[in-house]
Design a protein around this ligand. Structure first.
Ligand code: NI
Length: 138
């Protein structure tokens, strides 16, 4: 962990009261931790929009009985082997599989992988969760 740096912030009373009510519902133990998370969130969003390196997870469910879908999803993942760190496969029920794909790479390659998987017929749902891959925001 890097050295702590303290600074003062001036805010309208109504704004800080609304913020305090908000962070109380989120169970933050201090304003500092809530503000740290907001800053990290903003820096990660910046990395994403500017094409920086991001890390995250793709979570998708699909019907493995759909003809050729499993092979197609595997082929796509092999095309993105530099972006994929690991994959976890769970057999949800007789028809459905859940796959969690850990990714790290440029935001464009991560988004392309997610989009390419999502549009395949038989993929029921796909969500992409992005976190920071940069040392400065961890
Ligand atoms: Ni399965």
């Amino acid at each position: 962990m890097s050295e702590l740096y303290r600074f003062g912030v001036s805010l309208e009373k109504t704004l800080i009261e609304a913020f305090d009510r908000h962070i109380e519902t989120q169970c933050y133990k201090s304003r500092s931790e809530a503000i740290r998370d907001l800053i990290r969130e903003e820096l990660i969003r910046k990395e994403w929009t500017e094409g920086g390196t991001v890390a995250g997870a793709i979570v998708m469910t699909y019907d493995h009985h759909k003809r050729e879908l499993v092979n197609l999803l595997l082929d796509i993942q092999h095309d993105f082997q530099e972006t994929i760190i690991s994959t976890q496969h769970v057999h949800l029920d007789h028809h459905h599989c859940l796959e969690i794909i850990a990714v790290k790479g440029s935001s464009s390659s991560v988004e392309k992988l997610a989009t390419t998987l999502k549009v395949q017929v038989g993929v029921k749902h796909l969500s992409l969760s992005i976190s920071s891959a940069a040392e400065g925001t961890a």
